[in-house]
Design a protein around this ligand. Structure first.
Ligand SMILES: Cc1ncc(COP(=O)(O)O)c(C=O)c1O
Length: 374
């Protein structure tokens, strides 16, 4: 299997070398520091891994189920701790989808399943989310795309990049359609916990035996550098196949990632961290929403969850052209063009990163750039 670079990753690589002064599109909450956890860390902790469970620390797995409201439905052995949502998605897709199989992926959405599906030689069918329909997809479209050869339906819920949510009734309908052909449904739930209205999105692992929920501490808790996430599935073959695949790549989880994630997910700490991420995110989202409403060149569907959204440009210019101009002097501000998601007339804007992201500065530069274009 040969994996080709995706436009989104190309742009992220470019951004690190361009050294922008502001970023318009941070996708995670402000990150804590190691010092925030020192008091709870045991200096005598052995950094040997021997004798641990291949599934991950039991206490951490329990926290994962508790916060996803799955304790009543799932057992801790249904949880596998992974190197982020990325590894959980990777292992699930690579073990479930083989050459010639069909796989359905929501678009715009997280590019990873598109990249891997192509590398595997699977037939990847896009399930289009429609902007005129608040970036929802049509369940009739899904019904038409499903066939007996469909092995996996991959959905990003809450959706990256639009911030839109699939609620219980719709998810149940997805499951009903998948069940008819025995397909798995993988929901990338990395943004769960940052819903701006209503409860947390339901985890698909609780609704369906062949439902796989993936997530991590990266976004809502800002702990991306720990590389700690999970997959949850009641079908033990999925968990076991992932463990077998990992044995042939990184073998096991890293001890520090699991230990710190376990501390961060203890109920009291978790509640405080989520409350802060929500307060910061809501404040920045309000700022961004007001900004977009004040500019006739811009429009968007305000994200229902998460820290990013897709903004339409009503300019005689593509997102790539605007992004290039914005990254240059005097603006020196980084944004992700919608072409990274197959939508060239959009840019991805985000409200994460706390103070360090300098959102107000980035928006002032965007305003200046738009004024200069006119
Ligand atoms: C939808 C989605 N899935 C997965 C990832 C990877 O996250 P993690 O750090 O948990 O591997 C990201 C990161 O941007 C994401 O937005």
């Amino acid at each position: 299997m040969y994996i080709k670079i995706h436009r989104l990753f190309e742009l992220l690589l470019e951004s690190t070398s361009a050294q922008p002064e502001a970023v318009l599109g941070f996708s995670l909450a402000e990150s804590p520091t190691l010092g925030d956890y020192l008091a709870d860390l045991d200096p005598k902790l052995s950094l040997d891994w021997s004798g641990q469970s291949f599934n991950g620390l039991p206490e951490l797995r329990q926290h994962v189920l508790t916060h996803a409201h799955l304790s009543e439905v799932c057992h801790i052995d249904d949880v596998l701790i992974t190197a982020g949502t990325a590894e959980a998605n990777f292992m699930s897709i690579c073990q479930l989808v083989q050459l010639g199989d069909e796989m359905i992926v929501d678009v715009p959405g997280w590019p990873q399943p598109l990249v891997l599906g192509e590398a595997i030689g699977a037939h990847v069918k896009p399930l289009m989310r429609r902007e005129e329909n608040q970036w929802r997809f049509d369940l009739d479209d899904l019904a038409r795309l499903i066939s007996p050869r469909t092995k996996l339906i991959f959905l990003c819920n809450p959706n990256n990049p639009t911030g839109q949510i699939l609620r219980q009734a719709e998810l149940r309908e997805v499951v009903r359609l998948a069940e008819r052909v025995g397909a798995y449904v993988l929901c990338d739930e990395v943004y769960a916990g940052l819903e701006w209205q209503g409860p947390r999105v339901p985890s698909v692992a609780g609704l369906y035996e062949r439902g796989i929920s993936t997530g991590s501490v990266s976004k809502a808790l800002g702990l991306q550098g720990l590389r700690t996430g999970w997959l949850i599935c009641r079908d033990h073959k999925v968990v076991r196949d992932a463990i077998v695949m990992r044995e042939n790549s990184s073998e096991i989880m890293n001890v520090m990632g699991e230990i710190i994630a376990e501390i961060a997910m203890r109920p009291a700490r978790y509640a405080a961290a989520i409350a802060k991420a929500r307060a910061d995110g809501a404040q920045n989202l309000h700022l961004l929403d007001q900004f977009i409403q004040s500019r006739r060149e811009l429009s968007w569907e305000t994200p229902a969850a998460g820290l990013i959204g897709l903004c339409r440009l009503n300019l005689g210019m593509t997102g790539d052209e605007l992004g290039k101009r914005l990254l240059g002097a005097p603006y020196r501000t980084f944004s992700i063009p919608g072409s990274a998601y197959g939508f060239p007339q959009h840019i991805r804007l985000g409200v994460g990163g706390g103070q360090a992201a300098k959102l107000a500065q980035g928006l002032a530069q965007l305003a200046r750039c738009l004024d200069d274009i006119y």
